[in-house]
Write a protein that binds this ligand. Structure first.
Ligand code: 6PG
Length: 469
């Protein structure tokens, strides 16, 4: 077995792992991948192009042996026990200064625990979020590293080489202490859930409310995907409505069950929002909507009990389409507002020192939520790095105000015509609550004090008060 000679190692040669290594090889790095499956390792080794240095191994010892020091080893294995198992097997084989990178969607609290566990071992550990799916890994993902700053200096150049680029800038950057990378990736996914939910609500309104066909939907979403609304999720949505089903000859979308799956990162974002606490209602309802979609049998049972069905919306087609477009824009912006406010709060709460401007810059390319608006957000954070919430920016307030009449109208039409649009409604409610200096929660305080002597604060003087009601 040759010793050294390879720059980067990967544990897990699934599509993501091997694609990321192939991407590194394209940038001149010598890369080695470990997989227990001999076939996979062999296939990987054979997949390089001439002049590239690729190695596939079947033991972690072989992986460790072929890497130059300090060794840089990433694992792309399912979150949870598999990550700990790899760490436990790798650690005794490594030397001081070697770096283990968890590139999967690990829960940030697990990452904090792993960082603490490895702190005194001499081995560096980094939690790094990677977005962009299989294609992103191969051609340029968005990479969200956090944790050990010294380790980042060593792996940073490799990550920068393989990441997506926007205006020549790499979509990667050091995003803060401890589990910052995985925290930012978690919220990225929460926002992803939210935007996907919003697009599906607009699809419902246009398919049933307007009676648009699949080719028309493709055309509309494709047209929306430009200028200030340009985004990867709109781009793929337009593609989806074109796809034919080879088995039936119909459009594939019409044969896909509406029971939505989830691997958990959206739920984690909601849970973290509740814990902080920092409201992220659009992420909450997106998780809820997927859960509700899973109650397929019950929904089928309920449908005939309530004769009311979603119906055609009596409004001129062009007019309604443009109102839905502005509503989607408004609610998508609010999804980012909530997610970014949450990162700001968590950064403070968990001492992660997350640079918000860099977060939105990293999200501009390669990731699932890449969109033109991120450039706008980067400008806002550049001017006001400590901004608690994007809604507090004067120019951004103007953009929201401009779209407001549309979402008010669409939400009322949706409710009046029996369409469930929890995402659009949540965005409008969040906006309406956040922009008000006075909320009816003084009554909640009075009730709490009435039945439980929980006390309240007053608007006219300092102190804590209780009343014998
Ligand atoms: C990404 C994606 C990726 C994954 C989601 C899917 O950024 O590349 O977010 O991480 O596709 O986790 O999540 P669900 O299966 O929960 O929808």
């Amino acid at each position: 077995m040759e010793k050294g000679g390879y720059d980067f190692g990967m544990v897990g040669l699934g599509v993501m792992g091997s694609n990321l290594l192939l991407n590194m090889a394209d940038h001149g790095y010598a890369v080695a991948g470990f997989d227990l499956n001999e076939e996979k390792a062999k296939k990987f080794e054979a997949s390089g192009q001439q002049g590239q240095k690729l190695k596939g191994v079947n033991t972690l010892q072989d992986l460790v042996d072929c890497l130059d020091k300090p060794r840089k080893i990433m694992m792309l294995v399912p979150a949870g026990k598999a990550v700990d198992s790899v760490i436990n097997q790798l650690k005794p084989l490594l030397d001081n200064g070697d770096i283990i990178i968890d590139g999967g969607n690990s829960h940030y609290t697990d990452t904090i625990e792993r960082i603490n566990r490895l702190k005194d071992s001499g081995v560096h550990f980094m939690g790094v979020g990677i977005s962009g799916g299989e294609e992103g890994a191969r051609r340029g993902p968005s990479i969200m590293p956090g944790g050990d700053k010294e380790a980042y200096k060593v792996v940073g150049p490799i990550l920068e080489a393989v990441s997506a680029k926007v205006h020549g800038e790499p979509c990667v950057g050091y995003l803060g202490n401890d589990a910052a990378g995985h925290y930012v990736k978690m919220v990225h996914n929460g926002i992803e859930y939210s935007i996907m939910q919003l697009i599906s609500e607009c699809y419902d309104l246009m398919k049933h409310g307007l009676g648009l066909s699949n080719p028309q939907l493709s055309e509309v979403f494709g047209r929306w995907n430009s200028g200030e609304m340009e985004s990867f999720l709109l781009e793929i949505t337009a593609e989806i409505f074109k796809k034919k089903d080879p088995q039936t000859g119909g459009f594939l979308i019409d044969y896909i069950s509406d029971r939505a799956g989830a691997k958990g990162t959206g739920k984690w974002t909601s849970q973290s929002g509740l814990d902080l606490p920092m409201p992220v209602p659009n992420i909450d309802v997106a998780v809820m909507a997927r859960n509700l979609s899973g109650l397929l049998e019950e929904r089928k049972e309920a449908a005939p009990l309530y004769g009311t069905r979603e119906q055609r919306i009596a409004l001129e087609e062009e007019n309604l389409e443009s109102l839905i477009k502005d509503s989607l824009h408004f609610a998508t912006l609010i999804s980012y507002v909530q997610g970014l406010a949450m990162i700001t709060a968590a950064s403070h709460e968990l001492n992660m020192e997350i640079p918000l401007e860099d977060v939105v810059k990293v999200w501009r390319g390669g990731c699932i939520i890449r969109a033109a608006s991120l450039e706008v957000f980067a400008g806002i954070y550049h001017k006001q790095p400590g901004l608690k919430n994007l809604m507090l920016d004067k120019d951004f307030a103007g953009v929201l105000e401009e779209k407001l009449p549309a979402i008010k109208k669409v939400v009322s039409l949706a409710a009046g015509n029996n369409y469930p649009t929890p995402g659009l409604m949540a965005a409008l409610c969040y906006f309406n609550a956040y922009r008000r200096s006075y909320l009816p929660t003084n009554l909640v305080q009075a009730q709490r004090d009435f039945f439980g002597a929980h006390t309240y604060e007053r608007v006219d003087r300092d102190g804590i008060f209780h009343t014998e009601w």
